[in-house]
Design a protein around this ligand. Structure first.
Ligand code: DON
Length: 577
């Protein structure tokens, strides 16, 4: 298929979108930009939901052009790298879970890796204490990026045959011609200006300008467009070799970063065996290590399955207490046993054995909170507010489903822009355990399983998930939110499966979260939980502004696609036909 063809399809798509929006009642974007942001809709045959209207549009454009769900997800990922620079990325990594219409499943790991020169104690001072910040900001915090290798692998193995270059066209258009930034992006760009200056002051980058960013400002990214053109021409080699690689290496040298050409040459996305588990008449397909998401999600589901959650009722003290105790145990296991299974013998069979999980719940008491083990030092701080990972869900007309979560880790990753290449590099190294028991940004602790080793992938919480009901495709979902990703995905599913909610209700419902350490129940502000009863049971409650930004598509009983973004993010947008 040619670009002209795609372009024609795009125009047709716009007209069609206009019709769809009229049908479903278009909401003007809260941002004030003239995007027709729509946070939920029901589509007949194919649907995309992402964290930006232009990325959703890119996905739909590819679906309309005959691409499958994987093609659409790849196009959306590249588009997000342009229009959502705080999380969408070329310089980061992620995970993709796929379920084909024929019921086969796959999991693709394009998580970043520690450079070969990384060492277990690279973030410690001479006394063995963690040096605050260097695993999160600047050149030393950067893992070897996986996104471009991941997208090329996804396209090669699971695409429909549309050329890779075609999938890049929407992103190229947005980078070359520019796009109007949303209020959320303007706010973030202003907030992080000082950080950008720290690492990029000498660079000619559109991200630094004298005046404050305003909603609707045009962001043109010429260097990024040139990088995308090299990827368009040479595939992954346009990133890991040649000019883009040279620019990454020059950037690393300018800031004492560790990544070498050998690191870039050695990077490969990996096809993993998806984790598959059952909950009543549902089958859960999720991400194995180096994500902790699938394991923890399945442990929590297994732990609560035998209890009458529906009878307890949504937000009842009984249900909340039970879920919190299941979460506490799953996150304790995460800290001890989970890491990159290529480097550490993660005891998956045991962790996922129903007997084991039931055994872990044997000391569960309905009348008191179980104290978290206090041997490891918890961090009682509330979660800092960073939601800069991004999730995309897609279902195509043939019934193939994709769930993909990608990240730079924190807002704009390391804040380092590759000079001349126009993209931010991740700060994913913070997801390693810099020292046993010392919490990372998300308050997560770890040990041997997740210590830094050369070439190892850092443990993640990203939980791209696809769910079957009675053997048929039912839902694709995922979320940003660091450590709270797993519990956000769990809660949305349980809200539907046990508390009989529609998908929009399930996503909008206030959430809570427990991660073993710190030993607190994090709750969204104004949550209608019975906090008095929970405190009586011995739980400490810690209100938090928001937990997770779930994006999901659910197949309804009449075979339609209920497609829903998270009302917590004004830029979330659905698209489809
Ligand atoms: O992979 C992880 O678990 C984290 N790097 C994700 C970071 C994140 O979700 C940031 N905020 N939403």
């Amino acid at each position: 298929m040619t670009y002209t063809n795609l372009h024609f399809q795009y125009l047709a798509g716009i007209i069609f979108t206009a019709l769809i929006l009229t049908q479903f009642g278009c909401q003007k974007a809260a941002s004030g930009v003239d995007y027709a942001t729509q946070q939920q809709a029901v589509f007949d045959s194919a649907a995309v939901v992402t964290a930006h209207p232009l990325a959703s549009e890119a996905g739909k454009e590819i679906l309309r052009a005959g691409g499958n769900a994987v093609d659409a997800a790849v196009a959306a990922q590249f588009a997000l790298a342009v229009v959502c620079p705080r999380a969408g990325n070329l310089g980061g990594g992620g995970f993709m879970v796929i379920r084909t219409a024929a019921g086969e499943s796959a999991a693709l790991d394009y998580r970043e890796k520690a450079p070969a020169a990384a060492t277990a104690d690279m973030y410690l001072d001479s006394l063995g204490n963690v040096i605050d910040g260097i695993s999160r900001d600047g050149h030393l915090s950067v893992g070897v990026p996986g996104t471009v290798a991941g997208m090329a692998t996804a396209h090669r193995h699971y695409g429909s045959g549309i050329s890779f270059g075609d999938l890049l066209q929407p992103a190229l258009r947005y980078a070359r011609q520019g796009f109007r930034i949303t209020a959320a992006e303007a706010e973030r760009l202003n907030t992080y200006k000082e950080d950008f200056l720290k690492y990029n002051a000498e660079k000619n980058t559109p991200f630094l300008k004298k005046a404050e960013w305003k909603t609707g400002d045009l962001l043109v990214q010429k260097d990024l467009a040139a990088t995308l053109e090299r990827i368009e021409k040479s595939g992954a080699a346009g990133f890991y070799q040649g000019k883009t690689a040279d620019l990454i290496l020059a950037e690393m040298q300018s800031g004492n970063g560790l990544i070498t050409q050998a690191d870039l040459d050695n990077y490969a996305a990996k096809q993993r065996k998806p984790l598959i588990g059952d909950y009543k008449n549902y089958r859960i397909i999720s991400m194995p290590p180096p994500s902790s998401g699938g394991v923890a999600l399945m442990q929590i589901l297994e732990a609560v399955e035998d209890y009458p959650l529906a009878d307890y009722g949504f937000n009842s003290a009984e249900a909340t207490h039970l879920i919190v105790e299941a979460e506490r145990r799953a996150y304790a296991d995460r800290a001890e046993f989970l890491g990159d299974s290529d480097f550490y013998p993660v005891p998956l069979d045991t962790l996922l054995d129903p007997e084991y999980v039931r055994g872990r719940m044997s000391d569960f008491s309905a009348t008191r909170a179980t104290p978290s083990d206090s041997i490891l030092a918890g961090n009682k701080n509330l979660l800092p507010e960073s939601f800069e990972t991004t999730h995309t869900s897609v279902i195509d007309a043939a019934g193939n489903a994709v769930s993909v979560t990608t990240t730079l880790n924190l807002n704009y990753g390391s804040k380092v822009i590759v000079n001349g290449a126009g993209f931010f590099l991740n700060d994913e190294m913070d997801d390693f355990s810099a020292k046993p028991g010392v919490p990372n940004y998300f308050g997560l602790v770890g040990a041997e399983a997740n210590k830094i080793e050369p070439g190892k992938r850092m443990l993640s919480s990203m939980t791209p998930t696809i769910i079957e009901k009675d053997g048929e495709l039912f839902m694709t979902l995922g979320s940003p939110g660091g450590s709270t990703i797993i519990t956000s995905v769990f809660q949305v599913f349980i809200n539907v499966a046990e508390f009989d909610m529609t998908l929009p209700e399930a996503i909008a419902a206030k959430r809570f979260h427990h991660q073993w350490l710190p030993n607190v129940v994090m709750t969204e502000t104004d949550t209608p939980l019975d906090t008095v009863a929970l405190k009586q049971l011995g739980h400490e409650i810690a209100p938090n502004k928001r937990l997770g930004l779930v994006k999901a598509i659910m197949v309804t009983e009449d075979g339609k696609l209920s497609t829903v973004g998270d009302p917590r993010n004004p830029d979330d947008d659905v698209s489809g036909f």
